[in-house]
Design a protein. Structure first.
Length: 226
């Protein structure tokens, strides 16, 4: 996992960097709060950060506050690492926006366990953000018809939001997931294709076509026309 560390003391910084590298993490190193904030606000910012509290420029608690001011889908998991171990300090650090708090000198096993907790939280946040994006994309694809639709009483075209008129099947296709399959009702079959209508067949002594045969008749008419 890629982890940002912010520590102004060279010896402490090298020790922490070596420990994290030994555990297999990729370490991004900063030396003060200003550098840490800039790194955490970058597009490719590490998802987990270990910040010293007392640093030149911005201190660790202030870095936490400024990072939390930015709303992101996957906020970084921040661990404050400091010699300030009183209960009041822990409360202040967590209220500033830290997710966890480790006192110096840190125990390797404890720090490793807390980083593992942070990793799980980041993975869950990433998965949740992905699901939110998928749901938003699905909502964007959902098309609904609602309200009063102005429709021509003669040609049955519908007036759209741009004040132009379009065929009803085109309008419904654009605003819903419905699809159309063209057929003929018995009345239109009689009117437009009388030779294929049931009444014509009965007049010729042929078996009458059922209501469901409109599509077949429409197909026969189109085939004969070709």
């Amino acid at each position: 996992m890629r982890i940002l560390i912010a520590e102004d003391a060279p010896t402490s910084r090298r020790i922490l960097q070596a420990v994290l590298a030994r555990w297999g993490h990729e370490v991004a190193v900063t030396c003060d709060g200003d550098e840490a904030l800039q790194a955490l606000q970058a597009d490719d910012a590490p998802r987990l950060a270990i910040l010293d509290w007392m640093m030149p420029g911005l201190d660790g608690a202030e870095v936490c506050r400024r990072v939390r001011e930015r709303v992101t889908q996957v906020p970084p998991y921040i661990i404050l690492l400091t010699a300030r171990g009183a209960k009041e300090d822990v409360v202040e650090g967590l209220r500033a926006g830290a997710d966890d708090y480790v006192t110096k000198p840190f125990d390797n096993d404890e720090l490793c366990a807390r980083i593992e907790v942070g990793r799980r939280v980041v993975e869950l946040q990433t998965a949740l953000a992905g699901r939110v994006e998928e749901l938003q994309a699905a909502l964007d694809r959902v098309k609904t018809l609602h309200g009063i639709l102005p429709i021509c009483m003669h040609c049955h075209k519908i007036r759209n939001d741009h004040q132009s008129w379009e065929r009803i099947e085109k309008y419904i296709t654009l605003h819903s997931d419905a699809q159309f399959s063209h057929s003929l009702c018995p009345e239109c079959l009689e009117k437009h294709y009388p030779a294929s209508s049931p009444s014509h067949a009965e007049a010729d002594g042929e078996p009458s076509a059922g209501p469901a045969d409109g599509q077949d008749a429409f197909t026969r008419c189109n085939t004969s026309a070709e």
